[in-house]
Design a protein around this ligand. Structure first.
Ligand code: SF4
Length: 257
């Protein structure tokens, strides 16, 4: 099967959630949450800066968005983050920005996307931009990071040294940098464990049976409940609720990373 890194992370949280989110592409009506929107705008603005080298292009992109009302996550903060990124980057050479990759694990193809590649004096680092809440984030174990690293080692060899994380802190309007490295043993163990999980994902998809993991319903805290709780709580009315409360996002169904 083709495994996309975002789907896989969700599948591990809860197979039913991955089914709703990526197989059916169900998104709550009313548009993207400000958290998702803010992350993708900052991401796109930095990509714009990396491609043109002109911070004003990034700001123009931020200004072109119709922003929903939000006290914290607003255009001014997005511009602060772009400025901080430029300062932290400190003129280091970017070999590319936003690039898709894939590799094989057994017969399964894993697809993902690098945010960028930075040339340091000692070698290469894969860029990762993170705007999610730090409380829900760990760098190890982290399927996405280790898959980025594995893909980069396959593509660019031993000159790849790890992940360069830009951690954007909304509460402090600050950005921290951290380099995350992996050993060959860590990659090997990850491959073995991940292959087992993908085989399970493959069986769920072929049989169209998606187990529920209620322990994940409030994984991100009471303020960020799983959006599919109404569907899981009352399976008898699930179809009606799907039509009333959700829209189908083709982007979620066809995302290539
Ligand atoms: S509500 Fe809970 S069980 Fe249902 S899809 Fe979400 S995480 Fe899974």
């Amino acid at each position: 099967m083709i495994v996309r890194s975002s789907n896989f992370a969700t599948f591990k949280e809860c197979p039913a959630k991955a089914h709703f989110m990526y197989e059916l592409g169900l998104a709550r009506s009313g548009g993207k949450s400000i958290d998702l929107l803010f992350g993708s705008i900052v991401h796109d603005a930095i990509d714009m800066y990396n491609k043109t080298g002109d911070i004003q292009d990034a700001f123009a992109l931020i200004d072109s968005i119709k922003w929903p009302p939000s006290t914290k996550k607003n255009p001014a903060l997005a511009k602060v983050f772009v400025r901080l990124y430029v300062r932290k980057q400190n003129g280091k050479k970017k070999l590319f920005s936003e690039r898709l990759f894939s590799f094989f694990l057994g017969q399964h193809e894993w697809r993902g996307r690098w945010d960028g590649l930075t040339l340091e004096t000692y070698g290469l680092l894969i860029d990762e931009l993170k705007t999610t809440n730090w409380r829900f984030f760990i760098s190890k174990p982290n399927d996405q990071f280790i898959s980025y690293y594995k893909a980069a080692r396959e593509r660019f060899g031993e000159q790849v040294h790890g992940i360069l994380l830009y951690d954007f802190d909304v509460a402090r309007a600050d950005v921290k940098q951290e380099v995350i490295r992996f050993t060959d043993d860590e990659v090997k163990v990850w491959e073995e464990e991940t292959l087992l999980e993908i085989d399970f994902y493959d069986r769920c998809q072929r049989n169209q049976v998606w187990p529920k993991r209620p322990a994940s319903c409030l994984l991100y805290g009471i303020n960020y409940p799983c959006p599919y709780i109404p569907l899981c709580q009352s399976p008898n009315t699930a179809e009606m609720l799907m039509r009333k409360m959700f829209v189908v996002s083709e982007e979620a169904r066809t995302l290539s990373w």
